[in-house]
Write a protein that binds this ligand. Sequence first.
Ligand code: PEP
Ligand code: MN
Length: 267
Amino acid sequence: MNTQPDNDTFFTRRLAAKGNPLLIAGPCSAETEEQVMTTARGLQALGNIDLFRAGIWKPRTRPGSFEGMGSVALPWLRRVTAETGLPTAIEVATPRHVEEALAHGIEVLWIGARTTVNPFAVQELADALAGTGVPVMVKNPVNPDVALWAGALERLERAGITDLAAIHRGFSTFAPSRYRNAPTWMLPIELKTRFPHIPLICDPSHIGGRRDLLLPIAQKALDLDYEGLMIETHPDPDHALSDAEQQVTPQRLGEILSELKYRYRSS
Ligand code: PEP
Ligand code: MN
């Protein structure tokens, strides 16, 4: 599942520089400037994190949950890059989000699972992203429909956006499952056969929904030659305002990363 060497993108350049896996970490949600900076410093100390993630506009299933800090958090992410050197990534769901993110120098954007399901929304984002040159990561849709995931990537590619990665965050299911979102590994593998040039990143946090599942899910992804991992990280996970059960401290993330067994590419 190697990426094509002539596909020169933010993601493939990072991968070429350090080898698999690309590591993306940071809180589910940016909550306060202090929480963001404490997380970023903890991740910087690990020495191998490629990209700092944080949600600032949070698509919550029901109203009344914490819906993110919004634009006020954008300068906090600028500070992350200024003080730690880590580039930052946020979720965007509307053209306005894209405009604001780019105005604040956010380096990488991602489309969340609840947006990938909607072709109109994806097309609006593709139009807003066209010509910006910003790298974009596309999470799988919440439902187990690989065609929607592929369709979102195709809409972006047709808009001339080629700096892309795909994120596997698991799929909703009625069936009882130990996972928050069933991994259904054959779907990302099918996507990868259709888009071999696009790096595939696993999000064990949203697949597992529980800290103790991060390691086995991440290991499975590495065994399947995924090119990256995105893991939610918070200085005080139990008190996180979103996804408290699945977040780990930067220190614990360091332990997980050192417990993983890596298969290095031979060429
Ligand atoms: C997230 O990354 O915090 C998030 C909301 O993820 P997803 O779109 O996969 O549910
Ligand atoms: Mn989350």
